[in-house]
Design a binder for this molecule. Structure first.
Ligand code: ADP
Length: 259
């Protein structure tokens, strides 16, 4: 066929499938708005509850017996967990609504890893987990420090949760001219091959995870993924069931354009 003939060819017909997703989008928006409203409403009474618990534990209203103290400490732990869940739900709705504004500054990766490591020291000690860090002091990236802390913190929380006592967790970071790579490695329960593609989706929890920890939300990795995308990066996982997992976050040295 000559070139001219080719250019004159006309499309005679095409086949396409269109689906109206208006009602699905409306219901998703309604769900997100409901979660946002419910979380805001729960925050205040929960703060008051935590304040009351703190007051009792400080003995301001009189000394507690050992039994009473145990009960109040238990209530405090549940209230803390509830506050964490509410914060996660709020973050999910803010992220889904595209309402997270980036605040880009020069961030020290070592400082972020150190903060998360020291915040999880108590939990690691309780579970007899070794948590080590390998990162050059001067590693810097222009990014949103608060979001990056949330990302690393979520990954380390999971590593602690899904690694049996006596295990090891390693926080590692390196960089080249274009990107910073952060890895969170554990030698815990690992992820089955069939589950690997699902773990970043909303509410997904693998069977082996539910067996050793009944009260997760399945929202942590969804948030990690959303935040990493906002920062212009990628997140992936290498894992083998029964051997362990390594989550890798790669962030560009050049920050994303503000939206
Ligand atoms: P949650 O931990 O509350 O269940 P996440 O969204 O943080 O929710 O994680 C989703 C699922 O991914 C977990 O339920 C678990 O099945 C799997 N997972 C995440 N991190 C790890 C890990 N370090 N080791 C093994 N499985 C993991």
């Amino acid at each position: 066929m000559h070139k001219e003939e080719e250019e004159e060819e006309e499309v005679l017909y095409w086949v396409g499938i269109l689906a109206d997703v208006t009602s699905r989008k409306t219901s998703e928006t309604a769900k997100t708005e409901f979660i946002s409203l419910a979380s805001h409403q729960l925050r205040t009474p929960l703060s008051v509850l935590r304040l009351v618990i703190e007051t009792l534990l400080k003995g301001i209203k009189g000394p507690l017996t050992a039994d009473q103290k145990n009960l109040v400490v238990g209530a405090g732990e549940y209230a803390k967990r509830m506050a964490e869940t509410i914060n996660t739900l709020l973050s999910v709705s803010l992220s889904d609504e595209g309402k997270i504004a980036l605040s880009l500054t020069d961030v020290s990766i070592a400082d972020i890893l150190k903060t998360v490591q020291s915040d999880s020291k108590e939990e690691c000690e309780e579970k007899k987990l070794a948590c080590t860090m390998q990162c050059q002091k001067q590693l810097m990236v222009k990014t949103d420090g608060k979001l990056l802390t949330e990302i690393v913190s979520n990954l380390v929380t999971n590593a602690i949760r899904y690694t049996p006592a006596g295990g090891t967790i390693t926080l590692r970071a390196s960089a080249n001219a274009k990107a910073v790579t952060i890895e969170i490695e554990d030698n815990g329960i690992g992820i089955a091959r069939v589950d690997k593609d699902k773990i970043f989706s909303k509410f997904f929890r693998a069977e082996n995870a539910m067996k050793i920890c009944s009260d997760g939300t399945g929202l942590g990795l969804y948030l990690v993924h959303s935040f990493v995308i906002l920062l212009g990066g990628t997140v992936s996982v290498e894992s083998e069931e029964g051997i362990g997992s390594t989550f890798t976050v790669i962030l560009p040295i050049t920050p994303p354009q503000p939206r």
